[in-house]
Design a protein around this ligand. Structure first.
Ligand SMILES: Cc1cc2nc3c(=O)[nH]c(=O)nc-3n(C[C@H](O)[C@H](O)[C@H](O)COP(=O)(O)OP(=O)(O)OC[C@H]3O[C@@H](n4cnc5c(N)ncnc54)[C@H](O)[C@@H]3O)c2cc1C
Length: 418
């Protein structure tokens, strides 16, 4: 999405733009897929929060409207889909509506103390503020990404930005943190979906790009030198970007190599309704390799979206992440069996499952590690003909990707001949 955002913006500003994509037939890596018969699955991003200003701006520009406007493609999660749960031991416990979950709260505290030179709380908070406080503080979605996706809690400092989290961590209890956050009114209410899935956004952006005279080339770029252009926007993930720039710019490649990514597998499953908890979904505290499950049908049913065949309910379980990268390497059959066995315990009885499907993301979510912001500034300072974009630069969410695409287009225009 970072690349498409930059491309649409630049084409509309009068630049001659060609987008190279290494994914024939698929626009943007967040697009949903219908590869399972009669059953539509979201492959990647499915929702954004009310703070996703850049996404809303782009969506409006490419004809999808703004949230709340008549005719807009945005749908807001309804009140009945807001209940969230946490796996508390062997069972689910409701933690109320609209709550941000910090899965790794206790891990985070342990990791931070282990990982850091400063040993007293005061120094750690100062350090965290310098490193990452503002990054987290500006968006609950970022905190959500760090917490839920199992993104290196030991490497991201947000104690100062989220003092309530820090206080909760002193108790070592994720549940205490959750309650504290809920009490303080930190919520993820105002979650927005696109009517036909988040894949609408790249599809509409591509149409807008073509309308503005841009080109779409379904061909992977293997050498930046081979491109006969004034400026190249490298809008891949950080690892692919490092490989592309290494021959001409080993320093930039080194900066990009420092960005880590969590592997995630998403287990999609279709089950009979039975007597299940209803709501947005559940989080699973560490050390379980299951990160959490979105009760997709309960969310999508709010909009009468055809997300599962009649009479069945769709679930989306995320596993792996920073704490359990090895878990993602299991076979599909092993993952499915293990995930369903765990849900049988949490739900109190085995779900009757009609179909299951696994989607793997080797580099699912970028992890900003210590010194990240300084490295990104250094990367941008060294930009010449090559300009960087991607969610890893600004965070890890879809909104971060779009923010970075808008930013990159500004830097490109500054380099363009008048
Ligand atoms: C399972 C999952 C669920 C998620 N859910 C959410 C969510 O609900 N909300 C949210 O805000 N975020 C979510 N995210 C995060 C969000 O999807 C990403 O942060 C965002 O899509 C990243 O966008 P990007 O433009 O930086 O990178 P990408 O979308 O990965 O784009 C990079 C593109 O570069 C292409 N490419 C790579 N190498 C080459 C090459 N050599 N030549 C040409 N093209 C190349 C790739 O194919 C890819 O299309 C989720 C991520 C995952 C994996």
């Amino acid at each position: 999405m970072a690349g498409l955002t930059a491309a649409v913006t630049l084409a509309r500003a009068g630049a001659r733009v060609a987008v190279h994509s290494d994914r024939p037939g698929r626009v943007g890596s967040i697009a949903p897929s219908s590869e399972v018969p009669d059953w539509r699955i979201e492959r990647g991003a499915s929702s954004v929060t009310y703070r996703a200003d850049a996404v809303f701006r782009l969506a409006a520009q490419v004809g999808l409207g703004r949230p709340g406007e008549p005719g807009s493609a945005w749908l807001q999660m309804g009140p009945s889909a807001k209940d969230r749960y946490v796996a508390d031991g062997e069972r689910l416990r409701s933690v109320g509506p609209g709550l941000i979950g910090f899965r790794h709260a206790a891990d985070f505290a342990r990791g931070l103390v282990r990982h850091r030179a400063p040993s007293d709380t005061e120094s750690i908070i100062t350090w965290a503020k310098l490193q990452f406080g503002p990054w987290i503080a500006t968006s609950p979605a970022r905190a959500f990404t760090v917490g839920v996706w199992g993104c290196a809690p030991d490497k991201v400092g947000f104690a100062d930005a989220w003092p309530e989290l820090w206080q909760g961590l002193q108790t070592g209890s994720p549940m205490a943190v959750q309650r504290r956050m809920a009490g303080d009114g930190h919520t993820l209410t105002g979650t927005w979906f696109l009517a036909e899935g988040m894949g609408m956004l790249p599809a509409a952006s591509r149409r807008a790009l073509l309308d503005a005279g841009g080109r779409w080339v379904e061909e992977a770029v293997t050498s930046l030198d081979a491109l006969d252009v004034d400026v190249v926007v490298v809008a891949t993930d950080a690892s692919d970007a490092a490989d592309l720039v290494r021959p001409g710019n080993p320093v930039a490649a080194g900066l990009l190599d420092a960005v880590e990514h969590s592997p995630i597998a998403v287990v999609h499953w279709l089950a009979e309704p039975q007597d299940r908890p209803l709501g947005f979904g559940m989080l699973v505290p560490a050390p379980d390799p299951v990160l959490g499950t979105v009760f997709l049908s309960d969310v999508r049913d709010q909009f009468s979206a055809p997300w599962a065949p009649d009479g069945l309910r769709a679930y989306q379980t995320m596993v792996g992440g920073h704490a359990h990268p090895e878990y993602v390497d299991r076979s599909d059959a092993e993952l499915i069996t293990d995930v369903l066995a765990r849900h049988a315990r949490w739900f109190g009885s085995a779900p009757v499952v009609r179909a299951a499907h696994v989607v793997r993301w080797k580099r699912a979510v970028s992890i900003p590690t210590i010194g990240h912001r300084a490295r990104i500034r250094q990367l941008q300072a060294g930009e010449g003909r090559v300009v960087y974009a991607g969610s890893y630069m600004a965070g890890g969410t879809l909104d971060d990707a779009v923010v970075s695409g808008f930013d990159a287009s500004t830097r490109v225009l500054a380099r363009m001949p008048a």
